[in-house]
Design a protein around this ligand. Structure first.
Ligand SMILES: [Zn+2]
Length: 87
């Protein structure tokens, strides 16, 4: 039996703010969180995920959530391809 084809889920970059991840290891205050890579304090974390819910879960589980500088490094080192949105 053939499996029903599901629509390909696209990955996006989400911004996660401190108030969304209270009670996680990297929460510092309402204005600051710790980057999951370099440990610097930052006002927001960036996460590659399929949805906002998944992005927040990744941060809560300690799987992702990095500062802008680390996200830029990641995108260039792993050869991410950026594509302009189509009309
Ligand atoms: Zn960082």
């Amino acid at each position: 039996m053939l499996k029903k084809k599901t629509k390909e889920e696209k990955l996006k970059i989400f911004t996660v703010y401190p108030n969304e991840i209270k009670n996680t290891w990297n929460y510092i205050s309402e204005d600051e969180v710790k980057c999951g890579n370099c440990n610097w304090y930052t006002s927001r974390l960036f996460v590659i995920a399929r949805s906002r819910e998944e992005a927040i879960k990744f941060v809560q589980d300690g799987k992702d959530g990095v500062c802008g500088e680390c996200m830029s490094d990641r995108l260039s080192y792993i050869g991410f391809e950026l594509k302009a949105p189509e009309d």
